[in-house]
Design a protein around this ligand. Sequence first.
Ligand SMILES: C[S@@+](CC[C@H](N)C(=O)[O-])C[C@H]1O[C@@H](n2cnc3c(N)ncnc32)[C@H](O)[C@@H]1O
Length: 222
Amino acid sequence: MYSGNLEVKRFIEENTEIVRAHLTPEIGLRLFTPACRFWHERPELWPFSDPFWAIYWPGGQALARYILDKPETVRFKRVLDIGSGCGASSIAAGMSGASRVLANDVDPIADIAITMNCELNNMKPFPVLSRNIIGTEPARWDVILLGDMFYEEELADGLHHWLRKCIRIQGTQVLIGDPGRSQFTRHAIQRQLEKMAEYELPDTTKEENYGLSTSTVWEYRP
Ligand SMILES: C[S@@+](CC[C@H](N)C(=O)[O-])C[C@H]1O[C@@H](n2cnc3c(N)ncnc32)[C@H](O)[C@@H]1O
């Protein structure tokens, strides 16, 4: 139905709203809001897979806030953002002076949305990779970012194992943003986390994520 990138871009423009009411108002993002048609529409009419990229997840919000507040975390560094969604953590890394940013999301529509969000923030779009690289040979990244990526047990297990390898082989720093999801708080990775920062979520995010009120940035130190 939507064969080319231009058509997808138009669809995204027509079905999202530019939002700044989140933890990083300096970053504008095209997101789903109650003003958008598909917020109320029957889900089966949505033409793509679940639009995770149209939501700014609490974990990603905390991570991007942390990077903007502490730009030295990424400045002059090579940064990989796994499960980049709307791309906010990658954009925060770019704004904070990272020497290289790679956004990675297996949803090809997210890849287009990320490029649009870069343009919206007057940022030269960085490369976006839609291949699953979890479990592959660790590459030379100084920092790996993961916003709200521990939402499924199998994914969490795969990430845990692979991130440990990235740290051991490449000395990569791993930062995780999570609002306290059970798949994360009950996971074995909990024993090797250091708390870096905790943020109160904005009211709109609290309303959209019933039961969550804060989001935390952790460093994984196996
Ligand atoms: C809960 S969303 C978080 C998005 C963003 N990091 C944020 O915090 O706003 C998870 C994202 O991970 C992506 N994803 C799931 N499995 C993945 C994988 N194996 N590799 C890369 N991305 C993946 C999904 O497509 C989705 O966009």
